[in-house]
Design a protein around this ligand. Structure first.
Ligand code: PLP
Length: 375
C-alpha cells in the first residue's frame, strides 16, 4: 500500500538496541527480559509483569492462571478480535456474548447482569481501539456478583481511567490484564505480549507456565505443572524496552492524527467519527475507525474499502463479530441477527490509515478519496 493501514514507529535507538543484543550472543532469558518486564510493570502501575510471545499467549495464561473449569461461562463482547474469546475455547470455557455501546464500541454494561448465570465465573473486558471500558461500573458488578475480571488491554497500553480521583492504567484494574505488541499496535516487539497483575501468586504461576511449567528455583528439567513455550526473546524485549520508553511521545503523535482526521471529516454527516475524548479517561489510540451512516450497507462499505485499497490506501473492516465466525456458529449455534447492534456496527465500520508519521498530504488524500467513494 502506498499509504499503509499501520506502520510501526522504529528509530535508530530501536535498531541499535536490537543490534546490541545480537552482539551480546545472549538471546533468551537474559537481562533484557527482566528490564522489559520491570518497565511494563511500572507503566501499568502493577507490582508484576510477565512478558510472553503474543497477546494471545498472555490472555491464554490469564485464563489458565485463574483456574476456570471446563463449562464455566465468561461474559464478553462479540465486537472484538477473535483472540479475546479463542482463549476461552482453548480451555473449554463458554463465551456468553453481549452487545456493545455503539458510541464507544466497548461492552454494553447494561447487558452484563442479564447474561450472568450460575456458571458465570468471569468477565472478559476489552478496551476497544484503546478507549477504556467503563471499569468503575464493571468492577462494581464483578464485586457484587463475585466474578473475576480479565482485561484484554491488547489495544490499549498507556490508556488510563480516573477512579476516585486516582489515574489508574488499564490492565491494572482487573485480576489480570494482557497487552499485545504486534507491529500494528501502539508499540511493538515484533511479536509479543505481556501480562500484568498486583497478585504475586498469579504472577509466579504465569511466569512458570510461560516457561514449560518451570518454577524459578527448580532445575531445567523439573516441570511442576503443564506449561507452554510462550517465552519472549531478548531481541524482542530490547525492541520493546525502547518502544516503551517512547510510549508517551508515540501516544501524543497518534492523538494528533485523530484531531487531523476529525478536522477533515467532521462536516460529513454520513460519517460517525470516534469521539476524541472519553470522560474521566485517557485514550491510547490504536486505530482510527469511522462508521458509515445507516444509509449504507455492508456491500457499500466493502466496495469502498476495496476501491480505497485499489488506489493504494490501506483500509480495513474492524471488526467482524466473533459470534458469526464459522467455528463459533458451528460450536455454539450463533446466527445472523443474534446481536443486532454489534452486527450493524460491524457492517459499517472502516479503519483508515493510522500511524505516527502520516503526513497532512496523505491525510488529505485518504479523506478526499473516502468521501468521493461514498458518493
Ligand atoms: C491484538 C489483539 C489481541 C492479540 O494479540 P496478538 O499479539 O496478535 O496475539 C487480543 N485481543 C485484542 C482485542 C487485540 O486487538
Amino acid at each position: 500500500m502506498r499509504i499503509p493501514l499501520s506502520s510501526p514507529d522504529i528509530t535508530d535507538a530501536e535498531i541499535e538496541a536490537v543490534s546490541a543484543v545480537l552482539r551480546s550472543r545472549m538471546l533468551s532469558l537474559g537481562a533484557k527480559l527482566q528490564e522489559f518486564e520491570a518497565a511494563c510493570a511500572r507503566r501499568a502501575g502493577c507490582a508484576h509483569a510477565v512478558a510472553v510471545n503474543s497477546g494471545t499467549s498472555g490472555l491464554h495464561l490469564c485464563v489458565r492462571a485463574l483456574d476456570l473449569k471446563a463449562g464455566d461461562e465468561v461474559v464478553a463482547a462479540s465486537f472484538s478480535f477473535v483472540a479475546s474469546t479463542n482463549v476461552l475455547l482453548m480451555e473449554n470455557l463458554r463465551p456468553r456474548f453481549i452487545e456493545i455501546n455503539p458510541q464507544t464500541y466497548n461492552i454494553d454494561v447494561d447487558q452484563i447482569e442479564a447474561a450472568i448465570t450460575s456458571r458465570t465465573k468471569a468477565l472478559m473486558i476489552v478496551h476497544t481501539f484503546g478507549r477504556p471500558a467503563p471499569m468503575q461500573e464493571i468492577l462494581d458488578i464483578a464485586r457484587r456478583r463475585n466474578l473475576l475480571v480479565i482485561e484484554d488491554a491488547c489495544e490499549a497500553i498507556g490508556a488510563s481511567i480516573e477512579i476516585e480521583g486516582r489515574e489508574i492504567p488499564v490492565g491494572a484494574l482487573g485480576a489480570l490484564g494482557a497487552f499485545a505488541f504486534y507491529p500494528n499496535k501502539q508499540i511493538t516487539t515484533g511479536e509479543g505480549g505481556g501480562v500484568v497483575t498486583h497478585d504475586e501468586r498469579l504472577a509466579r504461576r504465569i511466569r512458570a507456565m510461560r516457561n514449560q511449567g518451570r518454577y524459578e528455583s527448580a532445575d531445567w528439567f523439573e516441570h511442576e505443572e503443564l506449561g507452554y513455550n510462550y517465552r519472549l526473546s531478548e531481541i524482542n524485549c530490547a525492541l520493546g524496552e525502547v518502544q516503551l520508553e517512547r510510549l508517551d511521545e508515540i501516544l501524543v503523535a497518534r492523538e494528533q492524527v485523530t484531531h487531523a482526521y476529525a478536522e477533515r471529516l467532521e462536516s460529513n454527516s454520513s460519517l460517525y467519527l470516534p469521539p476524541l475524548n472519553e470522560p474521566n479517561a485517557r485514550i491510547s489510540w490504536f486505530v482510527y475507525v469511522v462508521r458509515l451512516s445507516d444509509d449504507y450497507g455492508i456491500e457499500d462499505r466493502d466496495r469502498i474499502a476495496r476501491e480505497m485499497r485499489e488506489r493504494g490506501i490501506g483500509c480495513g473492516r474492524y471488526f467482524a463479530p466473533i459470534h458469526l465466525q464459522p467455528f463459533y456458529r458451528r460450536q455454539f449455534g450463533y446466527k445472523d441477527g443474534d446481536l443486532p447492534v454489534t452486527e450493524s456496527v460491524a457492517a459499517r465500520t472502516l479503519a483508515l490509515p493510522f500511524f505516527n508519521r502520516i503526513t497532512g498530504a496523505e491525510l488529505d488524500e485518504v479523506c478526499y478519496t473516502l468521501q468521493e467513494l461514498m458518493r
